[in-house]
Design a protein around this ligand. Sequence first.
Ligand SMILES: O=C(O)C/C(=C\C=C(/O)C(=O)O)C(=O)O
Length: 111
Amino acid sequence: MPHLVVDYAVSLESQLEISTLLLSLDQAAIESGLFESAAVKTRAQGFMHYTVAGKPQAFVHVCARILSGRSSEQKLLLSQQLLGVLASQVPGQVSRTVEVVEKERSCYLKG
Ligand SMILES: O=C(O)C/C(=C\C=C(/O)C(=O)O)C(=O)O
């Protein structure tokens, strides 16, 4: 399954419902047209200690772990759609970042 793994500053929990954010990211991944809706997995982990540029600024980072073989354009579109969710749902002075990481198709196993 494509895995959407969200790291975030726990301070955001006072302004943001993380479960809602995960549902929106899940929806954006499906709308990218790259995945079966049943395949997308999301999870989030809050961090208490963090810095951005040496300051304790809040952050949210999404790592999309997808099977290898998509084009650069497809991966960029996915990143843009996920970042759009962060831009619309995460308020304030927050570092918002997205990356796409490929899982090697030949050794991705399911049990
Ligand atoms: O294997 C599948 O087709 C579905 C799947 C993972 C798919 C991706 O990660 C992807 O399409 O990038 C799965 O784990 O079942």
